[in-house]
Design a protein around this ligand. Structure first.
Ligand SMILES: [Mn+2]
Length: 320
């Protein structure tokens, strides 16, 4: 598959690079690394994301040139869809993006059904960034400088700072090579994890009282209402990482954040310490993701949503 992708890169000239809505460190790091590589090969590229870049990723080189409006599509020979298990994950413009002639999907979601022919999918990879690293290596190119910074960010963030059980040997070896290539772990971590705006901590203070432990302390959850966001003057992106808090409690195996969306639905983020497959839970509820990190969107009353989630967690726990 790597060969097929490098052939496509050789054959095509103008590339759209995109990823999922509400992009994270893996999405943005992978996009910007790939753009740098393609540009160095003399290709024309546009990076498009439906949603804007969270502030803590604005330090990534090239992030200021990501566009949020899909340019005219006639000029593109190919499109890279990164970190998406499904074309729909790119957002409202998914069907238009789908009309670009050569679609190339690079992804590590277990739930990826293979929506286009040219693809590199490995659910064992820590991140899409790790797969881009593999591709770059296979093409005989070096992952140095800006590319190293972007890919290190992708791997770091998708492994939860090298803590989740997707932190395998390959991820650590890739990270080591990226440090050799110029990625600065301290500087990158500081930009991502130690650069919160005060409003995020104020929002957290408002959200922490919602902490609930269920199932004998094995499931921990937080609720973020749109009112809490508005009261704190915070944005949805400021909830990024909240899901790691219940998970940090001894005995909690699964953590859930129920974040209310402006349309009244709830966006659920699920994390597992590894025993219970939360991808199974999310999939049963219409979403997807990874064994340790998954998500979905649900409609209805919060109490009813919570009941259904616990029900699915019980089923998944019974299989673990
Ligand atoms: Mn990812």
């Amino acid at each position: 598959m790597l060969k097929r992708i490098s052939e496509q890169i050789g054959r095509c000239r103008v590339f759209l690079i995109t990823s999922h809505e509400r992009p994270d460190g893996d999405a943005i790091g992978s996009e910007l690394a790939l753009r740098r590589i393609l540009q160095d090969l003399g290709k024309e590229t546009v990076v498009y994301n439906q949603d804007r870049t969270p502030e803590n990723y604005l330090f990534l080189p090239g992030s200021d040139r990501i566009v949020h409006e899909l340019p005219p599509l006639e000029r593109f020979d190919a499109a890279f869809i990164l970190d998406c298990g499904d074309l729909d994950r790119t957002g409202e413009e998914a069907s238009r993006i789908g009309t670009i002639p050569n679609l190339i999907n690079i992804d590590h979601h277990v739930s990826n059904g293979g929506f286009c022919e040219t693809r590199l999918i490995d659910p064992l990879a820590s991140s899409t960034g790790e797969l881009i690293f593999r591709l770059i290596r296979d093409m005989g190119l070096a992952a140095t400088g800006e590319v190293a910074t972007c890919l290190y960010t992708a791997i770091l963030t998708d492994t939860g700072g090298f803590r989740y059980n997707n932190t395998r040997r390959e991820a650590l070896l890739a990270a080591a090579d990226l440090v050799d290539g110029g990625a600065d772990p301290q500087w990158i971590s500081e930009n991502i994890y130690e650069a919160d705006p005060p409003v995020r901590i104020r929002l957290l203070a408002a959200v922490l009282p919602t902490l609930t432990l269920e199932e004998g302390g094995r499931v921990g959850s937080l609720v973020v209402t749109t009112k809490a966001l508005a009261d704190a003057g915070a944005l949805a992106e400021h909830t990024e990482g909240f899901v790691d808090l219940p998970r940090s409690i001894r005995g909690v195996e699964i953590s859930v954040v129920y974040a209310e969306l402006p349309d009244g639905r709830f966006k659920l983020s699920l994390r597992s310490k590894g025993k219970v497959n939360v991808e199974r839970v999310a999939r049963a509820l219409g979403g997807g993701g990874h064994i340790n990190a998954a998500g979905c969107r649900m409609e209805g009353e919060l109490a009813e949503i919570r009941r259904r989630v616990i029900e699915e967690i019980r089923l998944a726990a019974a299989e673990a």
